[in-house]
Write a protein that binds this ligand. Structure first.
Ligand SMILES: CC(C)(COP(=O)(O)OP(=O)(O)OC[C@H]1O[C@@H](n2cnc3c(N)ncnc32)[C@H](O)[C@@H]1OP(=O)(O)O)[C@@H](O)C(=O)NCCC(=O)NCCS
Length: 184
């Protein structure tokens, strides 16, 4: 599996704004010895033209009620999160979007707000790569904490992930677990 990062990194760091530069900055990792089994994993940062597709995938994964759709699936809101120092990570495998994450920033806190990997791509390390990208980005941009909220009952895979990867569960409210992790 070849993993390529496609990023507007420099532009964002310089101007703290969203600009798209399609630039392959290198093959980060290679896994697998059988060339026929190799698949490309393309990770993009703040590629806002992929926002519609990310929102579409998120809808497929979470199937929001009309009220939830109004509250959580407003494209302008997602864009504002990015413009205000947040991050959109999109992952394509063989040209198809496999997963995404959208994060927002509040002072030194980088909050992982909405993430998902399509069912057919799960269990192959896609989220792990997205998470590593977020962690690296937040660290590089001077954040001191990563936070994430989830429900143990509904999203047990993410709950296990947080427990396994150094997050501390500091609050539970109405079944919702609040996690935090100091970085780097
Ligand atoms: C949670 C989710 C993003 C994981 O994506 P993924 O690409 O399948 O995850 P990865 O293959 O990269 O696995 C990363 C880690 O997640 C955890 N994990 C993933 N699938 C898991 C499962 N079925 N059971 C328990 N832990 C699991 C593990 O900690 C795993 O690390 P490990 O393999 O070292 O144990 C994906 O299952 C998903 O989109 N679920 C529905 C939406 C969702 O739950 N979003 C989060 C809401 S807060």
């Amino acid at each position: 599996m070849n993993i390529v990062v496609d990023t507007a990194w420099e532009a964002i760091q310089l101007e703290n704004t969203v600009r798209i530069v399609h630039q392959k900055i290198g093959i980060v990792n290679k896994i697998g010895s059988n060339p026929s089994a190799c698949m490309d994993l393309l990770i993009s940062l703040n590629k806002v033209e992929e926002l519609d597709e990310a929102i579409d995938i998120s809808n497929q994964i979470f199937v929001p009620s009309p009220a939830e759709a109004l509250k959580y699936y407003n494209k302008q809101d997602w864009l504002k999160k990015i413009e205000d120092g947040g991050l959109l990570v999109t992952v394509k495998r063989d040209g198809h979007m496999a997963g995404y994450a959208i994060c927002y920033r509040e002072d030194q806190i980088f909050h992982i707000w909405n993430v998902g990997v399509l069912e057919s791509y799960r269990g192959q390390g896609v989220w792990k790569k997205i998470y590593e990208t977020i962690h690296q980005y937040a660290t590089k941009n001077g954040c001191s904490q990563l936070t994430m909220n989830t429900y143990k009952s509904k999203f047990s895979s993410m709950y296990s992930f947080c427990q396994k990867h150094g997050f501390v569960e500091y609050k539970i409210e109405d079944g919702k677990s609040f996690f935090t992790k100091h970085i780097p």
